[in-house]
Write a protein that binds this ligand. Structure first.
Ligand code: FAD
Ligand code: AMP
Length: 476
């Protein structure tokens, strides 16, 4: 007789494991299937985010930033260190240990919530059945009351620069280098390309980023992108815009990269090349032909606003469906679906999802850019406050960047908040909460912010929207 669960989740990344936990909190019997295998050969829960994405990249960003500051900033604080040396082996051990602790934590959470964690491959069959193939090769068909597909995404591979897992690598490979490449090439100046480029540049690599588009950070507000471009240039990141990579050939010791720009065909030679041109939905061998699930032309599982597929009782969440490929977006979809299965009313507010780029300075935003607001024809007002005028930022020696708020002219609703500067990824939470509660700019103006804090920049930017900033000259 086959086993049955109220809910079977395929994928234990931030979308899947969170959905499983919430479903268990509702008293459902739950199984969560995952096949992730790390480079050491061990299986682990947590998906891309914990094993090869958000967490290991932030571990290395933190370590490399400290290394950079110790070498270049401590002197300004009056701290003498002698030579600061890099111990990459120790740095990589720390990264791996953080990943191990957190993925082990997910296994613990599944157990604590009485979720059956199944290690192996899951495939949706017709009639809400799931075929589970364990790592040992045994095959079992499980009956599911509901199925949540959370199979995530994988790096896009381009034929002209195919991965060889040595000199031409994806983002995961670039997180696990065991030596600092002297010359590093990065294809794609998106979030992942910039974060990885920053890590290795701070650790001593000469980094060239090749980006096909003419606009830098096209998805960000133009004022923020301008500050970021200037800062990255000063830090030594060589970002070439309008540079479309046309071929990459790995030789014995290096990679020859060709790209087209406005002046014709150019070439550079690097020791390692990271291809970070985006990610594709991962649905390999996930769906039986008669499972009834539809994919769109880019391979995403088609769902409605509540993450329902066209098969009743089968949902899909996270990177394998439309919307930004962000861990917190997937987790919130997981919660929504589990709540819906339990008969509750639930929704995800797709208009208020924060985006963060963890470079130095950090970049974060929520809501619309000024260009998007302009296009919507809504009358608007803006206010900015530079971190150069913030006492806390000065004390931190991190004065680049600003907070910019865009609000509607008629009813003062906050339409977008854009930050480039220290701790932008933390500061944006206030803006997200404000927008979630449909706050006006005046609500932030009348909220008391601690002094001295970086959050005061948010307060002052809200005042600047109405030409009432106190610690910086207002617009004439
Ligand atoms: P995933 O995390 O990809 O998990 C899917 C899981 O399902 C995997 O474990 C996979 O093995 C498993 N699986 C797939 N198919 C099957 C199957 N048939 N059977 C069994 N198991 C299966 N996002 C942020 O929000 N913040 C960041 O700072 C950030 N940094 C990133 C840095 C890098 C370098 C990368 C690559 C990504 C980063 N992301 C970040 C994106 C983030 O990792 C993803 O948005 C997130 O992991 C998506 O979650 P998910 O659960 O949908 O999928
Ligand atoms: P993201 O989707 O945010 O990870 O960003 C990927 C980036 O890679 C985008 O900005 C693309 O324009 C860029 N890109 C894609 N293909 C190429 C290419 N052949 N050469 C240079 N940049 C590319």
């Amino acid at each position: 007789m086959s086993r049955g669960f109220d809910v079977v989740v395929i994928g234990a990344g931030p979308a899947g494991y969170v959905a499983a936990i919430r479903a268990a909190q509702h008293g459902k019997s739950v199984a969560c299937i995952d096949e992730w295998k790390n480079k050491d050969g061990n299986n682990a829960f947590g998906g891309t985010c914990l094993n090869a994405g958000c967490i290991p990249s932030k571990a290395l960003l933190e370590s490399s930033e400290l290394f950079h500051r110790a070498r270049h900033e401590f002197k300004k604080h009056g701290i003498k260190t002698g030579d600061v040396e890099l111990d990459l082996v120790a740095m990589q051990k720390r990264r791996a240990s953080i990943v191990r602790q957190l993925t082990g934590g997910i296994a613990g959470l599944l157990k604590a919530n009485k979720i059956e964690g199944l290690v192996g491959h899951g495939k949706l069959l017709a009639g809400k059945q799931v075929e589970f193939t364990s790592v040992a090769g045994t095959v079992e068909v499980i009956d599911a009351g509901n199925v949540i597909l959370a199979s995530g995404s994988a790096p896009i591979e381009i034929g002209i620069a195919a991965f060889d897992d040595d000199k031409i690598v994806d983002s995961w490979g670039a997180l696990e280098f065991d030596a600092v490449p002297k010359r590093l090439g990065v294809v794609g100046a998106g979030v992942i390309g910039l974060e990885l480029g920053s890590v290795w540049s701070r650790l001593g690599a000469e980094v060239t980023v090749l980006e096909a588009m003419d606009d830098f950070l096209f998805m960000a507000d133009r004022d923020v992108a301008k500050v970021a471009a200037k800062e990255f240039k000063q830090q030594g990141l060589d970002i070439k815009l309008g540079a479309k990579v046309s071929s990459a050939k790995a030789g014995k010791n290096s990679v020859a990269v060709s790209y087209d720009d406005k002046d014709g065909v150019q070439s550079i030679e690097v020791d390692k090349l990271v291809v970070a041109v985006g990610r594709r939905p991962h649905t390999d061998n996930l769906l039986a032909d008669d499972a009834g699930i539809q994919l769109d032309d880019r391979g995403f599982i088609i769902v409605d606003d509540e993450c329902r597929t066209r098969v009743k009782g089968v949902y899909a969440v996270g990177d394998c469906v439309r919307g930004p490929m962000l861990a917190h977006k997937g987790s919130e979809e997981g919660v929504m679906v589990a709540d819906l299965i339990a008969g509750e009313i639930a929704e995800v507010n797709y208009d208020v999802i924060p985006s963060v780029i963890y470079t130095a300075p950090e970049i974060a935003w929520v809501g619309k850019t000024e260009a998007e607001v302009k296009e919507s024809d809504r009358a608007y007002k803006t206010g900015s406050f530079p971190f150069a005028a913030s006492g806390r930022a000065k004390a931190m020696e991190q004065t680049s960047g600003m907070v910019k708020i865009i609000s509607s002219q008629d009813d003062d609703e906050i339409l977008g908040v854009h930050i480039v500067g220290p701790m932008a990824g933390e500061l944006i939470a206030e803006a997200v909460l404000a927008m979630e509660f449909s706050a006006s700019t005046e609500d932030i103006q009348r909220t008391i912010h601690a002094h001295p804090s970086l959050a005061e920049a948010m307060h002052e930017a809200s005042l600047a929207v109405d030409n009432k900033a106190l610690n910086f000259p207002n617009k004439p």
